[in-house]
Design a protein around this ligand. Structure first.
Ligand code: AP5
Ligand code: MG
Length: 226
């Protein structure tokens, strides 16, 4: 599958992207995860990106476009890819079109996940993430707690709270989304690619809705197969 997951912070992009990789071996590409790894490694890019991330602002387009260009050129993307958190601005979407045209491929669907804003704040302030980057499993202290507090069920590593998951930064991230990223729904609607889904209810339901969209081919979710 060649998907873009579009949705506000906390919509569930990362959670469902991980589940989707098991469907057909498509890889999850999260610009947020790549940037957090750069911050952790203390690279020059990471040092610059951290200021923007901590403020809930977007990292400059040229930085993330460079990341995506390199990542999509890697052989494991040939099986398919799930873009999680990219693109986030119209210039990023235009750059992606060019990169994909250069690779002689394109996007099958843009799944737009809609969740009420107050629910997003609750989700993000309660999120816990596995420290082991190879696992990266997400939990929620209330909705999907681990069996043992603070420990990942899957790999036994410690869980942590992301630096940007405090209420002030979350509200800033949501404002950034509304201003810079929500216009992408119009950008991709004009190309006939948007498949809107409600991002509430069990994560399995959301996963199944997306699998339904993907299995219907490149036709739209109403089943008309245009
Ligand atoms: P990024 O890491 O992409 O963060 P985000 O978009 O803010 O999204 P999140 O990861 O917070 O949410 P999610 O949708 O993945 O939700 P999740 O599945 O974890 O970006 C971070 C920063 O990096 C940005 O602010 C920016 O600075 C920078 N950046 C990244 N990409 C960039 C780009 N392209 N351009 C410029 N800058 C960029 O779920 C959230 C919680 O909810 C979890 O606890 C989960 O367990 C729970 N949950 C999930 N689904 C459900 C459900 N159905 N019901 C109940 N709880 C649920
Ligand atoms: Mg995420």
């Amino acid at each position: 599958m060649k998907l873009i997951l579009l949705g506000a912070p906390g919509a569930g992009k990362g959670t469902v992207a991980k589940m989707l990789t098991a469907v057909d071996g498509s890889v999850q590409i999260s610009t947020g995860d790549i940037l957090r790894a750069a911050v952790k490694d203390g690279t020059e890019m990471g040092k610059k990106a951290k200021e923007y991330m901590d403020a809930g602002k977007l990292v400059p387009d040229e930085v993330v476009i460079g990341i995506i260009k390199d990542r999509l050129a890697q052989p494991d993307c040939q099986k398919g890819f799930i873009l999680d958190g990219f693109p986030r601005t119209v210039p990023q979407a235009e750059a992606l079109d060019k990169v994909l045209a250069g690779l002689k491929t394109g996007i099958d669907h843009v799944v737009s996940i809609d969740v009420d804003e107050e629910a997003l704040v609750t989700r993000l302030t309660g999120r816990r993430t596995c420290k082991n980057a190879a696992c990266g499993q997400m939990y929620h202290v209330e909705f999907t707690p681990p069996k043992k507090a603070g420990i990942c069920d899957k790999c036994g590593s410690e869980l942590y709270q992301r630096d940007d998951d405090n209420e002030t930064t979350v509200r800033s991230r949501l404002a950034t989304y509304n201003q810079a990223t929500a216009p992408l729904i119009g950008y991709y609607s004009a190309k006939g690619l948007v498949r809107p889904i409600k991002g509430v209810g069990g994560i399995d339901d959301i996963f199944n809705q997306i699998v339904g969209i993907v299995s219907a081919g490149t036709g739209c979710s109403c089943g008309c197969k245009h």
